[in-house]
Design a protein around this ligand. Sequence first.
Ligand SMILES: [Zn+2]
Length: 183
Amino acid sequence: MEYRCVQCGFRIKTLFVQYSPGNIRLMKCVNCKAVADEYIECELMIVLIDLILHKPKAYRHVLFNVLNHERTHFQMLMDVFLGNYMFLCSFLFAIRSLLKTSAQFSRFRDLLLAILISSYFKILLTAMMVWEFPPAVIYIIDLFVLSSNTVALKVMTKSTMNRCIGACFIAHAIKFCITQAFA
Ligand SMILES: [Zn+2]
């Protein structure tokens, strides 16, 4: 297993040398002479902000130096992708059957967009799990996504709150069962 320099993508054997707990020295890249991965010492928020800003070095850090070395987390990432796909399918099905809305595609497009944005956010958060988040955080995020989906649905369909909660809850329950079955 090797790492990559986040500045230029050059391969590197190790990113830091640890002298004692909490006392590390970051390695320099032999190709570009910069510190190979300064994110190791950065706060989580800084990595997240750089990911949102689409900085290639932040993506190199996550893809090559973090996820590449965490098989279990990679499995979890697949879980999120699969879960969200199943969620999307069951969500659309639930909306159609429960809310009995006529198929207005502009509305569905808005809804898809809202779900995709929240999914994208969740993938980032899953990547952050690598920095040892308590597992409960992911459930709190799930609840947050569930409630925000409900509000988005209510605003868009002008249906009753109970029906919106029902549609979202069914979709989340199906997603939960499927991701548990594959876990
Ligand atoms: Zn480099």
